[in-house]
Design a binder for this molecule. Structure first.
Ligand code: NAD
Length: 293
């Protein structure tokens, strides 16, 4: 058996086209241009690449992009002041503070300052609370992208056994919550889980968000299961060059799964596309407009 490869790049391209279509309608019918502000502190090269890509994709979708680059010596108070300014700016509908922040800044304090309606990353406690209680908040981009792909592959998820490996606030927990909201029977596995292979082997849906290269082996996976690999790990090959691998051992998993996301080209491209979609949703809600269908 060889799994269907879930093409995250193509999926993200469709979603971005759909976002651009909605933006065009909002501009024409409501004179509304959704705006996304991204704040980057410091010069971490990976974060700089993410921010550049977000900016390019935002502009390509016809939205306004605001970029704020701050020195890594910026104080927590100055950063919070910037977030408050963006909260009060009506042309900004989404605010994203690129994580991680330098150690002298309390990340939670900064995230809690973002107005929940503009928190397009969905990390604010109000938004986690709304997700947990079935409310209408902003949902974190990466897990929401995973859910979209799962529904595309499987249709109705009700009653399926899902295992999420990883319990971070930004991926594992919201992913589990989203699957629970779809009426899956959800298990959250983590670094203290006993007998992980057996736990994974029960699942119709496996979502791996661990950060350990190729942790989940093919022979752990139930035949025909759908596997979503969130991990992005850079490892060194025998020839000294580096390559990206996921948290799932793709070469063996592809022979067991029914469908699987590759790394790269699976979950990664979806995250930015969902961020743009979240910004459109935020802009509509803030202006009391029904989101274009
Ligand atoms: P994290 O470090 O915050 O959390 C990792 C989780 O994995 C923890 O809950 C921990 O308990 C669990 N874990 C660690 N070792 C384990 C083990 N041996 N067995 C079982 N569980 C174990 O990581 P995160 O922010 O959730 O990210 C996870 C991975 O997803 C990383 O590789 C990250 O780069 C990637 N990621 C990708 C995207 C994307 O857009 N594709 C977005 C966010 C994160």
């Amino acid at each position: 058996m060889t799994a269907t490869i879930i093409d995250g790049k193509a999926f993200a391209a469709h979603l971005k086209e759909d976002v651009a279509r909605k933006v065009a309608i909002l501009k024409k019918d409501h004179n509304l241009t959704p705006g996304l502000a991204v704040v980057l502190v410091g010069e971490d090269p990976a974060s700089q690449v993410y921010v550049r890509n977000k900016n390019k994709s935002t502009v390509a979708a016809g939205m306004k992009s605001f970029e704020f680059l701050m020195e890594d010596t910026v104080s927590e108070a100055e950063l919070i002041e910037k977030v408050k300014e963006l909260n009060n700016d009506p042309s900004v509908h989404g605010i994203l503070v690129q994580l991680p922040l330098p150690k002298h800044i309390n990340e939670a304090a900064v995230i809690e300052t973002i107005s929940p309606e503009k928190d397009v990353d969905g990390f604010h406690v109000i938004n986690s609370g709304l997700l947990a209680t079935g409310g209408k908040g902003m949902v974190p981009c990466t897990p929401l992208g995973c859910l979209m792909m799962l529904k595309d592959v499987l249709g109705n998820l009700s009653g399926l056994d899902a295992v999420v490996v990883g319990r971070s606030n930004i991926v594992g927990k919201p992913m589990a919550q989203l699957l629970l909201n779809e009426s899956c029977t959800v298990t959250i596995a983590h670094s203290r889980t006993k007998n992980l292979p057996e736990v994974v082997g029960r699942a119709d849906i496996v979502v791996a968000a661990v950060g350990v290269p190729e942790l989940v082996k093919g022979d752990w996976i139930k035949k025909g299961a759908t596997v979503i690999d969130v991990g992005i790990n850079r490892i060194e090959k025998d020839d000294g060059k580096t390559k990206l691998v996921g948290d799932v051992e793709f070469a063996s998993a592809v022979n067991r799964a029914g469908a699987i996301t590759p790394v790269p080209g699976g979950v990664g491209p979806m995250t930015i596309a969902v961020l743009l979609q979240n910004t459109v949703t935020a802009a509509c809600r803030q202006n009391g407009i029904d989101e274009p269908a």
